[in-house]
Design a protein around this ligand. Structure first.
Ligand code: NAD
Length: 355
């Protein structure tokens, strides 16, 4: 039996509810795949601030780095919005990513056939969409120096080093090898020198992956192509700010925010989390959609632990659950046969995952 140590960060709002469903599904999968998960719960966010005075206690960083992967719920809420910036839950999260060195953010955008009417685009445009956005997460204009502002002027700098581009490019090509074998690299090389470097380095790295087809696209065109013909994309490789914008656009092709998982990975460790926040408006009511978190657990199995068979079982169970018409409240108006609670949804998926 293979055993894995998972750091669990439940966080605030709906965080504890959705993480409980993800561990329910993981434990069900463990029983049929000869696996064991050893969970260690650590604190982050508002709850960490309330209990320790720090939204990211050092112990959380240490224990996370000492695990095989981190499964993360969500943090934040109005209760902590008036705190000084460095004490706020969101600052803890940014610091956490930097401390763990998770430089690559992977965001799949998959349209489930069963929810095709939940998208704002026409079914014929989005049927079969399966995109993986690979976004550089700890470089680019959000971190570049110099930056500053006066009364009259504000400035930030988009900087990428060769090394930063090399490592994210390898991630994108390796992921493409497990999927449709296409990488579209997004930049603004017609205007920005930093983008020309990005394009040159990505092209250079592509020579090590002859089985993957590389194309380049300017970011403004990519924003348009995503809504015009999203099926042309397999892996989209982007820098930090372009990926921030395009991954939100891509995710919204799919319908509810409650469906979409993500992974942030680096050399040491990966953090697996839903793309949504702590949804304080629905916390404690048992109506949150746990699918994004369960799908994040599946990404953790696939990318951090190499357990792709177990991941496939979870992905199939999610599809079957949706196909049979089970919906949480957020998707109740889209072909629901039965509207279920957060916990019922987790139990149905856990059950199907073992079949
Ligand atoms: P949100 O994603 O929490 O919620 C946006 C809307 O989507 C809400 O109406 C919410 O009810 C709904 N929603 C979100 N997840 C859902 C789910 N699983 N099932 C059903 N409905 C769901 O974004 P927000 O309201 O802008 O932010 C709330 C708090 O979350 C803020 O404090 C914000 O800073 C924080 N936040 C945290 C993260 C994170 O932890 N990674 C990410 C984004 C926002």
């Amino acid at each position: 039996m293979k055993s894995y140590k998972i750091a669990l960060i439940k966080g605030d709002g709906i965080g504890p509810e959705i993480i409980d469903e993800a561990t329910k599904v993981l434990d069900a999968i463990a029983s049929v795949c000869d696996l064991h998960f050893d969970y260690e719960e650590v604190l982050m966010g508002g709850i960490a601030y309330d209990m320790t005075g720090d939204p990211l206690p050092q112990e959380t960083i240490n224990k996370s780095l000492n695990s095989d992967a981190v499964l993360f719920g969500a943090i934040g809420g109005q209760k902590w919005d008036a705190l000084p910036r460095e004490k706020r839950p969101e600052s803890g999260l940014l610091r956490f990513r930097k401390e763990l060195g998770v430089y690559a953010n992977l965001r799949p955008a998959v349209v489930y056939d069963e929810l095709i009417n939940a998208s704002s685009l026409k079914p014929k445009i989005i049927k079969g969409v399966d995109i993986m956005v690979v976004r550089e997460l700890i470089g680019g204009i959000y971190f570049g120096e110099p930056k500053g502002r006066t009364q009259e002027k504000g400035w930030n700098t988009m900087v990428y080093t060769r090394e930063e581009i090399v490592r994210i490019a390898h991630q994108a090509f390796r992921i493409a090898q497990t999927r449709g074998k296409k990488v579209c690299s997004i930049d603004k090389a017609n205007v920005l020198d930093v983008s020309q470097l990005w394009r040159d380095v990505v092209t250079e790295i592509s020579e090590q992956y002859p089985d993957v087809a590389l194309t380049h696209m300017y970011v403004d065109n990519a924003a348009m192509q995503l809504v015009l013909n999203p099926k042309q994309f397999d892996v989209m490789l982007t820098g930090n700010i372009f990926g921030d914008i395009l991954s939100d656009e891509a995710s919204m092709l799919c319908g509810s925010i409650g469906l979409l998982p993500s992974a942030s990975v680096g050399e040491k460790i990966g953090v697996y989390e839903p793309i949504h926040g702590s949804a304080p408006d629905i916390a404690g009511q048992g109506i949150a959609n746990p699918i994004a978190t369960i799908a994040s657990a599946s990404m953790m199995l696939r990318y951090a632990l190499g357990e792709s068979e177990a991941a496939d079982k979870i992905d199939r169970a999610i599809k079957r659950t949706l196909k049979e018409g089970y919906r949480t409240q957020d998707l109740a108006q889209f072909d629901a046969k039965e509207v279920c609670s957060t916990s019922e949804m987790g139990s149905i998926i856990a059950n199907y995952a073992t079949k």
